[in-house]
Design a binder for this molecule. Structure first.
Ligand SMILES: Cc1ncc(COP(=O)(O)O)c(C=O)c1O
Length: 324
């Protein structure tokens, strides 16, 4: 992949337009629900986000594998060079998990790099009941995930795992004169952290992450994610019973999206969110679904309780009556 990107040699200035026409036209594939960071990464490495294909999703907001295959065939026929599929384990909007095994099958049949964005959902692997959501993640060539979300490590603690350590190192190692390795002393060691990424000076994020795992243990982190899913289900069932709110039933994870029943523009939803924020009651966010801004509750805090859900639903109704 690194070699293909180097050959692409698109200038940063020209990257949005996809680089120079006589170079291999690399293309990458992810779902229309993928996080914006994927497009940013494709821009930053000079390929250009015009070459990122946003594949449509199904009714659960997961990538449509049939549409992915069609797009790959179409692109190859048009002379593009597909190189990457990015699946999402827990989308930021609704908490949807792509079918990672199906994506791994396509990646392996097409000889493409398979990356999983597990920023939101990969740590569900710490729970034996939630782990099936991630089936197939073990087949990814690389996985990105955040300890600063469900694992409660202080910001920021983003991590990446790359399966092929040699390819990873080859992409980043730096033969600079001032980085000579020795057999002993401070410059000893074959692999330095700076061989594994673009930073030379870098913070020690791993330390706070290690402390969190020492203090809590992987099982308790898994249990707290399970608890957040239970609370999200509780919120779903309360909203399903509500005459004032309509639930978007996409996800079974810890994100719940819903809308005021009589809000065709989403303006009411936005006002409700602001009112809850300003009253200091709760912090739902607003995202766009089916063409309007809707309310989104992402339950991540391990201190959230069932009583908080009761309070939230009550205060939602209070805000809705107030701003209507
Ligand atoms: C699916 C997904 N990918 C990427 C990101 C970006 O992660 P970060 O905020 O750590 O940059 C997020 C953040 O919410 C996310 O949910």
């Amino acid at each position: 992949v690194a070699t293909l990107i180097a050959r692409n040699e698109a200038s940063v200035a020209g990257s949005r337009r996809g680089g120079l026409r006589d170079r291999p036209q690399l293309t990458a594939y992810t779902s229309s629900e993928a996080h914006r960071c994927i497009a940013q990464a494709i821009d930053m490495c000079g390929i250009g986000s015009d070459h990122l294909r946003l594949v449509p999703v199904d009714e659960r907001r997961c990538i449509r594998v049939d549409a992915l295959k069609e797009k790959l065939t179409e692109d190859r026929a048009a002379g593009f060079v597909p190189f990457l599929i990015v699946g999402t384990a827990g989308t930021v909007n609704t908490g949807a998990f792509d079918d990672l095994n199906a994506l791994a099958d396509v990646a392996s049949a097409e000889r493409l790099w398979f990356h999983v964005d597990g920023a939101f959902g990969a740590l569900a692997a710490l729970s034996s009941t939630l782990r099936p959501l991630l089936n197939g993640i073990e087949r990814a060539a690389s996985v990105a995930f955040d300890f600063h979300k469900s694992a409660h490590v202080p910001y920021d603690a983003g991590f990446i795992l790359v399966k092929d350590a040699i390819a990873h190192r080859r992409a980043f190692e730096n033969p600079a004169a001032y980085l000579q390795r020795e057999n002993s002393g401070l410059a000893a060691g074959v692999t330095w952290p700076s061989d594994m990424g673009p930073d030379l000076s870098r913070g020690f994020r791993a330390l706070k992450t290690w402390f969190t795992f020492q203090a809590l243990g992987a099982d308790r982190i898994g249990q707290s994610i399970e608890q957040s899913v239970r609370l999200a289900n509780e919120l779903r069932s309360r909203l399903a019973d509500s005459e004032m709110f309509k639930l978007y039933g996409y996800s079974a994870f810890n994100i719940v999206c819903f809308s005021h029943r009589h809000d065709d523009t989403g303006n009411l939803n936005r006002k409700i969110a602001i009112d809850l924020h300003e009253r200091g009651v709760a912090t739902p966010s607003v995202t766009w679904l089916e063409g309007i801004p809707v309310l989104r509750a992402a339950i991540l805090n391990h201190r959230t309780t069932s009583e908080d859900i009761t309070t939230f639903v009550r205060e939602l109704h209070t805000s809705a009556e107030k701003v209507a």
